[in-house]
Write a protein that binds this ligand. Structure first.
Ligand SMILES: NC(=O)NCCC[C@H](N)C(=O)O
Length: 416
């Protein structure tokens, strides 16, 4: 399906095909609603300095544009989508329903407050969060709203939105709109649901949704890697459940005829390794970054290949593998595969650079990646392996614990 620009609406059949269209979110005021008490809950380790994180993000976007990539912004698409049908009111209702625990009964006054906001401010207000102090006295209806020592937000800020990779991910000509594992991120995928349903660029294109956010078991985009047109890899991680992966595999095998294999790769469930793409990304036809700590001493791992079940379409056939290189060679039909170790394999450098997303690369073409400049050892090692590394400033962007791949949702890539 072609859009007005003459390109496919959605098309991602690899991790490395030339990137044509990507969706980003420029960090906004939500980052300034982080406080030390909220850091843990909101999945941050420090408070970014807004002017600098925005400057760094703009450089990221310009870098992509300079390479000919069309950059779409989540906030703009969401704002535009809400102009159609009942989208605006439905969206606010749904958001308030999903934010129940914070609203604690104040949803009527909040709904009025949000719907009264002048055009253009609704989405940014929802993203940045609504402080209890923002609802004026006249709107207060409940005793607890008059108390002084209460939780500061009716709607929590969503500071992780600039990691557009996670709430939704394109596979082939469709996408997953994800049920997020963490409460702090659960509402994020609502934006994509409304964009797909109402935005003229996507609505009426009959875009298949391979797994939707109402499914009970989580899957996050940082775990979803499109290795080739017929094989995807998914991390079984702190964020993505085995059940979610199996359901996605069943749906893919039932609803389309391109993807034949889902490779589930189990990784340690830790904060530093929250998604597969924090420890493993594809940078060329036969080259991948890896954080060595995800493998056993002899390179062993728990890997499961899911394929269509011969008799029961609601099940999958599962076979096991224990070696990542051998598995990649098998599913990608390659004679050799190179794993480029984060930090060059030095245990201290690897841990430090992985913490700042040294393995998290965004491929914009085969052998061409965008990375953080602070991971200079990993960047050097990639260059020594013949990869064209474009590094960007990253002092503030990295404080959210995600790198260039996490910060980008590819919408269209060329087929290999
Ligand atoms: N794909 C990714 O690894 N995304 C980074 C997400 C970081 C965010 N602070 C989170 O904990 O969800």
């Amino acid at each position: 399906m072609l859009n007005a620009a003459g390109t496919d609406t959605l098309n991602v059949t690899s991790e490395i095909g030339t990137l044509r269209t990507v969706m980003l979110h420029r960090p906004g005021r939500e980052v300034e609603n982080l406080t030390p008490e909220l850091l843990h809950k909101l999945l941050f380790d420090d408070i970014p300095y807004l002017p600098v994180i925005q400057e760094e993000h703009d450089i990221f976007a310009e870098t992509l544009k300079d390479q000919g990539v069309e950059v779409l912004y989540l906030e703009k698409l969401a704002e535009e989508a809400l102009h159609f049908g009942n989208a605006k009111e439905d969206f606010v209702d749904q958001l308030l329903k999903e934010s129940k625990s914070n609203i604690n009964g104040a949803s009527e006054s909040l709904k009025e407050f949000l719907l009264d906001l002048p055009g253009g401010q609704l989405i940014s207000k929802i993203m940045s969060g609504v402080r209890t102090s923002e609802i004026d006295q006249g709107r207060k209806r409940h005793l607890y709203e008059f108390m002084t020592d209460q939780y500061p937000f009716y709607l929590d800020p969503m500071p992780n939105l600039y990691f557009t990779r996670d709430p939704a991910a394109v596979i082939g000509n469709g996408l997953t709109i994800n049920r997020m594992h963490e409460g702090a991120r659960r509402r994020e995928s609502l934006f994509m649901e409304y964009i797909i349903r109402y935005h003229p660029r996507f609505a009426s294109k009959e875009i298949p949704v391979w797994l939707n956010r109402d499914y009970d078991f989580p899957v996050e985009g940082g775990d979803e890697l499109v290795l080739s047109k017929d094989t995807i890899a998914i991390g079984v991680s702190a964020r993505t459940s085995a059940r979610g992966i199996e359901r996605l595999a069943v749906n893919l095998f039932q609803k389309q005829d391109q993807v034949k294999k889902v490779v589930a790769i189990e990784i340690p469930k830790s904060r530093a390794f929250m998604h597969l793409d924090t420890v493993f990304t594809m940078v060329d036809y036969d080259k991948f970054t890896i954080h060595p700590a995800i493998q056993g001493p002899a390179g062993e791992m728990n890997i499961y290949i899911l394929e269509k079940h011969d008799e029961d379409p609601n099940r999958v056939a599962i076979s096991t593998r224990t070696n990542l290189i051998e598995t990649l060679k098998e599913v990608l039909h390659l004679n050799d595969v190179t794993l480029i170790p984060c930090g060059g394999g030095d245990a201290i450098v690897a841990a430090r650079e992985q913490w700042n997303d040294g393995s998290n690369t965004l491929a914009i073409a085969p052998g061409v990646v965008v990375t953080y400049n602070r991971n200079y050892v990993s960047n050097r090692i990639m260059r020594e392996h013949g990869i064209d590394v474009i590094d960007i400033p990253s002092s503030e962007l990295s404080r959210g614990r995600g790198g260039p791949r996490c910060m980008s949702m590819p919408i269209v890539r060329d087929n290999l």
